[in-house]
Design a binder for this molecule. Structure first.
Ligand SMILES: Cc1cc2nc3c(=O)[nH]c(=O)nc-3n(C[C@H](O)[C@H](O)[C@H](O)COP(=O)(O)OP(=O)(O)OC[C@H]3O[C@@H](n4cnc5c(N)ncnc54)[C@H](O)[C@@H]3O)c2cc1C
Length: 387
């Protein structure tokens, strides 16, 4: 096959929530934009499928009609509350003020991707993996099997295993800021209550947690995630542990009695944020998991991916007329992202570190919140703003 050089104003690599959002946010920028993905859509992404409220916030910034469309999307389930269960079985429930959903990522990412494809003039290239990258100071060359894509600014949205973060930003896995997680889709979990997400802390896996999120009337997203440093030090096999957690809680054993534990389990990594990791350099910006922007406490990454992608689009619109995307200019993108997310990410990173070293705190906190006293009721009301 002939190898061709293709020139664009902006190339976005990866069409997950970050990449598709960035293309949507560049809709009226009058720029020649390319969006590449190594796979074709719809495609699966291993995830808890909890679509956080921040997603609604970003879609609103782009165009309110996307929020309306998400509300009407028949494959999304609205979520109103989260129940948190301690190893002892004690639990409390928080009722969320803001809108959130559960939706299989196959469907949610396809929805966003279709908006980028049909509502913008972005040139879409599916089945186009970036295999290697060269930074030529004033532009970046992205080598794919058929073509070389060349642009003065590249937006890396290629996820937790980002080739661009490795090649352009020297990303390496730090086990203190990286989690492993597994996910399965059992049908027939008893009490698969609509509008309620549930989180169970297992005594053997603290501070990792097991989640049970309904994605339809019959199907649940079930998973288990924990810090890679803990997985390595305790030599934990997450896939096997998923079944062990079901056996540990009598409530879960009962609720999974019609399912059994023989379902397919898949795993993937989470690049978590400490609120200060570099997000840019000469001619490139990193968004979402490629920029390690996952919340280290909740594991939510979709909303932060979309926030960063929106800021990336704003940055490109602001500086494209000058066509200067040096490291010194691009640092303004880092500043904008951390102005919005930095305080929360730094705080949650600190809490996650404290809980990792003192897992007993989690049981104590759940006990405190499960008791109906004035202070716990007041704090739960404060908490409900934060999802
Ligand atoms: C088990 C698990 C559970 C999670 N649960 C939740 C949850 O419930 N809620 C939540 O908010 N977050 C959750 N997360 C985090 C969330 O999945 C990510 O933060 C989110 O997917 C980030 O979006 P993204 O667009 O940055 O990357 P991705 O969604 O990973 O998209 C990256 C895209 O880049 C493409 N790509 C990769 N490499 C290349 C290449 N070389 N060339 C071209 N294309 C490429 C991929 O095909 C993919 O489409 C979870 C993560 C895991 C692993």
């Amino acid at each position: 096959m002939e190898h061709t050089s293709l020139y664009f104003d902006v190339v976005i690599v990866g069409a997950g929530p970050a990449g598709s959002t960035c293309a949507l946010a560049l809709k009226n920028a009058d720029l020649k934009v390319a969006l590449l993905d190594k796979t074709s859509f719809p495609r699966d992404k291993i995830c808890g499928d909890a679509i956080p409220t921040r997603v609604v916030k970003v879609l609103n910034r782009i165009d309110q009609k996307y929020v309306e469309a998400l509300r009407k999307f028949e494959l999304a389930v609205s979520v109103k509350s989260t129940r948190v269960v301690a190893p002892s079985g004690k639990s409390f429930t928080v009722h969320w003020k803001n809108e959130a959903f559960n939706c299989k990522r196959t469907d949610f990412d396809h929805l966003l991707f279709n908006w980028a494809k049909t509502e913008t003039s972005t040139a879409i290239f599916e089945n186009t993996p970036v295999l290697s990258v060269t930074n030529n100071n004033d532009c970046i060359h992205l080598h794919t099997p058929g073509n070389t894509f060349i642009a003065p600014i590249v937006i890396a949205c290629d996820g937790a295993h980002s080739i661009l973060a490795k090649k352009l930003n020297n990303f390496t896995v730090d086990k203190e800021k990286y989690s492993g997680a597994v996910r399965a889709y059992p049908n027939g979990v008893i009490g698969n209550t609509h509008h309620l997400n549930e989180i169970f802390f297992s005594k053997n896996l603290m501070p990792g947690y097991f989640w049970l999120f309904p994605v339809s009337e019959s199907c649940s997203n079930v998973g288990l995630g924990m810090l890679s440093a803990t997985i390595a030090s305790k030599k934990i096999n997450l896939k096997k542990s998923l079944a062990n957690v079901v056996a540990e809680f009598p409530e879960l054993t009962n609720r999974f009695s019609k399912v059994g534990v023989q379902f397919t389990v898949d795993g993937f990594g989470l690049t978590m944020s400490d609120g200060k990791t570099s997000l840019s350099g000469n001619q490139f910006l990193l968004c979402g998991d490629a920029g390690s922007l996952i919340d280290p406490l909740s594991g939510d990454g979709i909303g932060n991916a979309m926030v960063s992608a929106w800021h990336a689009a704003e940055h490109v619109k602001k500086f494209f007329t000058k066509n200067i995307f040096t490291k010194e200019i691009n640092i303004q993108y880092d500043n904008a992202v951390y102005k919005e997310l930095g305080k929360e990410l730094k705080r949650n990173y600190r809490i996650m570190k404290i809980c990792s070293k003192n897992p007993w705190l989690i049981e104590a906190l759940i006990h405190f919140f499960s008791s109906e006293n004035f202070l716990s009721t007041y704090l739960k009301k404060k908490l409900n703003k934060y999802i």
